[in-house]
Design a protein around this ligand. Structure first.
Ligand code: HQG
Length: 182
């Protein structure tokens, strides 16, 4: 994705995941906005987004962050929200192991509290170590924790998988976490 499309992607993430009201946009209960309303909100904020550019942002997005509705008229972020919306995902059986990328400075706290969702609606887990390492790098020196997702599922915890393949869960207790040897 070129630099301009990345800027648009960050703006759309901000609006659809965190601050729709600030930009005068109303999402429905599942997080959808009409594309026309989103473009109007962007233009009011001085962001020169058009239908054609939006289609490029959605199609070329490295993580497929956004989904377009079946009728082509609405858009939502597939995960990552801090505002209360219901993605209406169905619980799914996870693979036996999932991974969480974090930064080394958070590890001591995670050892005592487990993984908490902090400002977001869910804890985000990755299906592979490479992806988790990239997530951790966003925060600093990356550390990848292994989550015993199969055992958690057997113990009754509910897992969801977003449209773009990010595993979501309310929290992960310490008992299900493996930390790399230091
Ligand atoms: C950490 C990106 C201390 C947690 C990614 C993380 C993801 C704790 C940070 C998505 C803790 C929260 C989400 C505890 C958790 N004590 N720190 N008990 N429990 N943490 O950004 O998972 O590019 O809210 O380890 O790919 O980093 O935006 O979550 O480091 O899918 O599409 O608290 O964002 O996607 O940070 O990232 P975040 P995340 P996008």
């Amino acid at each position: 994705m070129d630099a301009q499309l990345i800027r648009f992607s960050k703006f759309i993430s901000l609006v659809l995941r965190h601050q729709p009201q600030h930009y005068g946009l109303t999402l429905d209960a599942q997080g959808w906005a009409t594309i026309d309303d989103l473009l109007a909100a962007a233009n009011r904020a001085g962001v020169p987004l058009t239908h054609a550019l939006l289609q490029q942002v959605v199609a070329q997005n490295d993580k497929q962050r956004f989904a377009i509705s079946a009728d082509g008229r609405a858009i939502r972020a597939s995960q990552g929200h801090s505002i209360a919306i219901d993605l209406a995902l169905t619980p799914r059986e996870p693979p036996p192991l999932l991974y969480h990328g974090t930064a080394s400075r958070f590890v001591a706290s995670i050892r005592t509290q487990g993984l908490l969702r902090r400002s977001r609606q869910h804890v985000h887990l990755s299906p592979d170590i490479t992806t988790a390492t990239k997530v951790g790098l966003r925060h600093g020196s990356p550390v990848v924790l292994t989550v015993a997702s199969g055992a958690m599922h057997r113990d009754g915890y509910q897992f969801y998988c977003s449209e773009n393949g990010v595993w979501l869960i309310e929290a992960v207790p310490v008992a299900y976490l493996a930390f790399p040897k230091q």
